[in-house]
Design a protein around this ligand. Sequence first.
Ligand code: NAD
Length: 489
Amino acid sequence: MAELYIDGEWVAAKAGGRREIRCPADGTPVATVDEATAEDTVAAIAAARNAFDSRGWPQTASAERGDLLLRVADLIGARKDALARTESLDTGKRLVESEYDMDDIASCFRYFGKLAGQDAGRIVDTGNADTFSRIVHEPVGVCGLITPWNYPLLQVSWKVAPALAAGNTFVLKPSELTPSTAIMLMDVLTEAGLPAGVGNLVLGAGASAGAPLSTHPDVDLVSFTGGLVTGRTIAANAATTVKKVALELGGKNPNVVFADADSETAIDYALTAAFLHSGQVCSAGARLIVQESVHDDIVEEVVRRAENIRLGGPFDTDAETGTLISAAHREKVERYVRTAVDEGAVLRCGGRRPDGERYQNGFFYLPTVLDGVGQGSNAVVEEAFGPVLTVETFTDEDDAVRIANDTTYGLAGAVFTQDAGKAQRVAGRLRHGTVWINDFHPYLPQAEWGGFKQSGVGRELGPHGLAEYQEVKHIYQNLRPAPQRWFSG
Ligand code: NAD
């Protein structure tokens, strides 16, 4: 049974709440974990505050913090198998995908470990030899870190690594649906030498265990990844104490395919973009926007291949994608598809649960293609966050850009064309935080990640990822202090 990690110790939730975690692919019991209430989270915040204010963590040499993160990266590498298995049990995700995630997680800690020691600030030229002025970066303070269930430990790492590199302390609340690898991470951090109180973990539901992280005055920064509606609540709560806020929210990501694209490549990526991890990816290419003249050929082949995608549990070696995270989430996806069809979309494949004994205890849903969705319809506005691809058509370059940008989100997008000039022009005009050309989904720890418009506030990863967790301070020094005598009297 797993408890909460507060001030360097595993402690039981005060109100005695418990939650059972089952694998969404088949209902296998995975873990029973403590369920925190707001009272537990307030205790975790007090521990993080004390570690920041009184125990010297922000003053540790940045290279020392960097070394700690490099040790974390090594430990994650050494425990990759156990971490990946646990992640797959919590999420139902294919084991091979969890293994990729663990490599990415180790890279993330390694990246921020190296970045930590490189920040020397900068000197400002005052134009006066008797004064000295410099800009330094300092930690923000106590960080509330709130993460979703789709890439559980990866999302946690994208926040924990830069927060620690910059010298902050934190209280982490992972998704209540997938807490297990965050629990394992706390042991890794402790083994790597993280002092008591610097990293704290609370488990449980957002409205109870998570809420104090955006309301409590002793939290200086709240960094949240999750849905748009929750993000708005967190931003509004955080405003009452003017916290620093970083938000990584949803996406409704366009995948623009021109007639001159290599069609085999474009089709292949359209499938990966939409159906990887059953579409439960913030940057999923859920909107295929295809040039009119090639619509029929492209869509026919996408549908044919979508119908052949093999579903299965995390350890089924023949599976190509997996389950949805929960019964409630599958019902949400089903409602989304029903609404789209009611609004006139043409259901080309999927649109239902798969048949067969092996799927009966999981939350599986077939890869679904909805053709002819109307501009402004719910299907192109709302994030399904499931294995559902919508298809729209465009006439020319301007039309493609207009349709691709016609969303309140702005997380990611792609353009497929063999015309290099057109690729760059369109990529430059897409109002999305990441744009791939003739590719979909690759991300690099050294490149910033974040959304335009309502997909977010702030950036993760890259050098800017560290800056999110820093305050900028200007230190100006008079090197010949003496009375100024502005006033003679
Ligand atoms: P969610 O918003 O339901 O929950 C995310 C986290 O917020 C969970 O830990 C939850 O317990 C917590 N939470 C909920 N209400 C809260 C409150 N009032 N106060 C504090 N915490 C609260 O999102 P989800 O269903 O877990 O994740 C799916 C969403 O995440 C999708 O919209 C997806 O696009 C988005 N996402 C975005 C990115 C990105 O990089 N932009 C990455 C992954 C997922």
